[in-house]
Design a binder for this molecule. Structure first.
Ligand SMILES: Nc1nc2c(c(=O)[nH]1)N[C@H]1C(S)=C(S)[C@@H](COP(=O)(O)O)O[C@H]1N2
Ligand SMILES: [Mo]
Length: 494
């Protein structure tokens, strides 16, 4: 109990100090971020497989549990083998200190929360364990009460500090306030309106444009970076003739263009939902690169986010005719904080991990033989073009016999989808009806009316791209460069 109370007091006060002075040095979150960076890819895949996008919550809870176990251990050690309990407290604080300093953009202030944890933890532990050890004979009952009071008080202070820190954080979020006040400038180049024919009238089909609140979120950020847009700068560096630096106000003053682009995650398994389609507002990266004038030998743009994440994008994908943009708007509103506010990259046809840097602050012109993006040394391919794929959205459950609408989406970014076919059990492939394409860079809805007969059936889908390539049935895992195979569902017809 002494150990646990000391740990709660130490962590609570450390988190309060972090909230006041150094939000990125929160011991729990810094250690969590370090773990995210260190665990092997397969562990990450396993955790995401089990817990989906609750993975970060699971990580924080796990850290909490480990802290409690270590804390109890520190209490026992301090009672039986002083000063080893204190040594454990100091070691744990040192780990938090190390973690805080491995975060990008760390400053001297970031040491404070861990120092507070070490100080409070050792003092409270010492005081509590002394009360247990120096018990005068015959007064056991009194002492137990005193010990419990001290223990309760320490834990109480810790919990109050923790709550206070979180409230404070919620109140001082410049980024949130700035985003709330900010209205997007109108597009100078409006996107082509989305034709009514792009949406099929099928209940339960994926909407052609994904609402922001339904848009999948994938990133390594345990805390969403909160950037004050008035201090945001994008720097274009490396192999360039002119370094370019641009502020948020300058970016907004440029002629912004609207484009509808599908964004997919390389970790999307066949049939999965780590893919979304949005109307983005932004400025072509190509035009900023023209100002910077990349030198002849550059072949990669290493984009860096404010939290240190990096993506390596082929220079060509940012300079060719596709709509590779620095996006500020998503479906008519400023980028949501968790989708990269104030500025992110969106590059049609490349998986997010090699292109879609959120909270982007630097574009460095470099070479693939000199630098790597975040995920490449972690087992993912340096290049990540999005693979031709298709998904069945409906039916979701059993259906009555008769005509049944099978429908979903298919994508072949930057090439376009030309056909979708559906197979029932091991029968022939039947052509589905395609909705109008918004562009070759967006997914396309499809539907097929299946004359369903009673029994249990397998329904499979495959797409063909505009160059005549048929989606492969060979199954491959998401690593290293995206899953392949055909999506199939089992349907019970009654
Ligand atoms: N800063 C930052 N940007 C990032 C990532 C990240 O971890 N950090 N993840 C990338 C990956 S893997 C994907 S799939 C997309 C997801 O973007 P979304 O969360 O807006 O859907 O963001 C990309 N941009
Ligand atoms: Mo991703």
């Amino acid at each position: 109990m002494a150990g646990v109370a000391a740990a709660i007091a130490a962590l609570g006060l450390a988190e309060l100090v972090a909230a006041l002075l150094a939000p990125t040095a929160s011991p729990v979150l810094a250690v969590g971020a370090l773990i995210i960076d260190l665990v092997p890819a397969w562990v990450k895949d396993l955790v995401i497989g089990f817990f989906g996008t609750a993975d970060k919550l699971v990580l924080i809870i796990s850290i909490g549990l480990v802290v409690l176990v270590l804390a109890a251990l520190a209490g026992i050690l301090e009672y039986r083998r002083a000063p080893w309990g204190r040594v454990l407290v100091v070691a744990a604080s040192a780990l938090a200190l190390f973690a805080a300093f491995t975060r990008s953009g760390s400053a001297a202030f970031d040491a404070l929360p861990s120092l507070v944890a070490a100080g409070v933890g050792t003092i409270v532990l010492t005081v509590l364990v002394r009360r247990l050890s120096n018990r005068p004979a015959g007064e056991g009952a009194m002492d137990r009460r005193g010990f419990l009071a001290f223990t309760g008080a320490s834990a109480g202070v810790g919990i109050l500090a923790l709550i206070g820190g979180q409230l404070l954080l919620a109140g001082t979020r410049t980024a949130d306030a700035a985003r709330a006040l900010f209205t997007l400038p109108p597009a100078s180049v409006p996107g082509a309106p989305i034709a009514a024919g792009a949406s099929l009238d099928v209940a339960g089909i994926t909407p052609i444009v994904t609402a922001n609140r339904d848009f999948y979120r994938i990133d390594t950020a345990l805390q969403v970076p909160r950037i004050d847009p008035s201090t945001w700068r994008l720097r274009i560096t490396g192999m360039v003739e002119n370094e370019v630096e641009i502020s948020f106000a300058e970016l907004l003053a440029l002629p912004l263009e609207e484009s509808t682009t599908t964004l997919a995650c390389v970790s999307n398994y066949v049939g999965g939902d780590l893919i979304g389609n949005a109307v983005w507002l932004g400025y072509p990266i190509r035009k900023l690169l023209e100002r910077a004038k990349p030198t002849g030998d550059a072949d990669m743009v290493l984009s860096t986010s404010s939290d240190g994440f990096t993506a390596g994008t082929p220079l060509e994908a940012l300079t060719d005719e596709r709509n590779a943009i620095l996006a500020v708007g998503m479906n008519g509103v400023p980028l949501p904080l968790e989708h990269g506010y104030p500025v992110r990259m969106v590059v049609p046809g490349l998986y997010g991990y090699v292109s879609a840097t959120k909270w982007v602050v630097e574009l460095k012109l470099t070479r693939f033989d000199q630098e790597q993006g975040y995920w490449t040394p972690r087992g993912w391919s340096a290049l990540g073009p999005v693979k031709l794929s298709s998904r069945i959205d409906v039916p979701r459950s059993g259906v009555p016999a008769g005509p049944v609408v099978v429908a979903g989406v298919a994508w072949s970014q930057h090439v376009g989808v030309s056909a979708v076919q559906v197979q029932i059990d091991d029968g022939d492939w039947n052509d589905a009806t395609l909705a109008d394409a918004i562009s070759i860079d967006t997914w396309r809805q499809w539907m097929y009316t299946w004359p369903a007969t009673p029994g249990s059936h397998t329904v499979r889908v495959r797409a063909t791209d505009a160059e005549g390539r048929v989606q492969t049935s060979a199954t491959r895992d998401v690593a290293p460069d995206g899953a392949t195979g055909l999506h199939q569902i089992s349907v019970t017809v009654t």
